[in-house]
Write a new protein. Structure first.
Length: 294
């Protein structure tokens, strides 16, 4: 009986720390980094890629843990987040803090000595911007979305640096695509969770925080920019014509979703479709880029 109880507690602890580091989000971030890594060179070292993935996962998990440490009192006010490890008391602040520090130190050590110094520095910069700049700015205003878009767009660029130890035009193009993508993605989430966010004092929507036509229009404009940006890898020779065709179709379909929101700004379902559509769009173009590169 004791053994069963211990095993149960152990599994619960694993689940709590997994939630603390936002496992799925961390995995998605690492995947974006892997895309940049594999696009940088066809003759890559698999062992370095694995070290990069593991180190990035730990640093990203640390950033997410710090984010939850800083927002514990606000997470407690929102229905979506009140069950997270800290507000639900599954973990305490000391446990979360130790986890964040250890994960960051181990992840940074791996990136510095198994990958390269620039990858380590860029990853640390991303953590700082996300945890210590973007997080407090969420209660200030929509400027937080611009700041948050920087660490959100860094993973493919960091992956490129991990593979080549340099930043070039192609790395910047990958950064630019994911940077612009952040805006419709963030704003769609903020639209859907507007009531919850208001309870915590988060102000992420543009146009004075309104769920209105002006905000919907801005979501449409940034989504529109993704169509020509998606063609840049083909234009500069990183990928072929197949990826250009697929990214254009994906961009047009993604853009079409924004018109539904503009047509009816009271329709939260349309904003939710944009939110999920943004994930599908980015995943599709990243996979197509990798396939076309090969």
């Amino acid at each position: 009986m004791f053994a069963i109880s211990s095993n149960t507690n152990f599994l619960q602890d694993i689940k709590s720390f997994s939630d603390l580091m936002k496992f799925r989000l961390s995995f998605f971030v690492v995947f974006s980094g892997v895309v940049g890594f594999t696009l940088a060179t066809l003759d890559f070292d698999l062992l370095v890629l694995l070290w990069f993935s593991f180190g990035s996962f730990l640093v990203t998990g640390s950033a997410n843990a710090i984010n939850q440490l800083l927002e514990e009192e606000y997470d407690l006010k929102m229905k979506r987040t009140m069950s997270r490890p800290l507000p639900s008391r599954r973990l305490n602040g000391i446990q979360a803090g130790i986890f964040a520090i250890v994960a960051f130190l181990i992840g940074s050590f791996i990136l510095m000595f198994k990958v390269n110094l620039y990858t380590c520095l860029l990853s640390a910069t991303s953590l700082f911007l996300y945890a210590f700049v973007y997080t407090p700015l969420k209660r200030v205003g929509p400027i937080a979305v611009f700041v948050g878009a920087i660490p959100g767009a860094l993973p493919p660029l960091i992956g490129w640096v991990a593979a080549t130890n340099t930043i070039n035009l192609f790395a910047l193009i990958l950064f630019a695509i994911q940077f612009v993508w952040q805006f419709p993605h963030f704003w769609a989430i903020a639209w859907v969770l507007d009531e919850d966010y208001k309870k915590a004092g988060f102000r992420l929507l543009p146009s004075d925080g309104g769920k209105n036509l002006n905000t919907a229009f801005q979501i449409m404009v940034y989504t529109l920019f993704l169509i020509p940006l998606g063609l840049l890898p083909t234009y500069f020779g990183l990928t072929g014509i197949n990826s250009a065709a697929v990214t254009t179709c994906a961009g047009v379909l993604f853009l079409a979703q924004t018109f539904h929101l503009m047509k009816d700004c009271s329709n939260d379902k349309a904003a939710k479709q944009i939110m999920f559509g943004s994930f599908i769009y980015l995943l599709v173009i990243q996979i197509v880029f990798m396939i076309d590169r090969v």
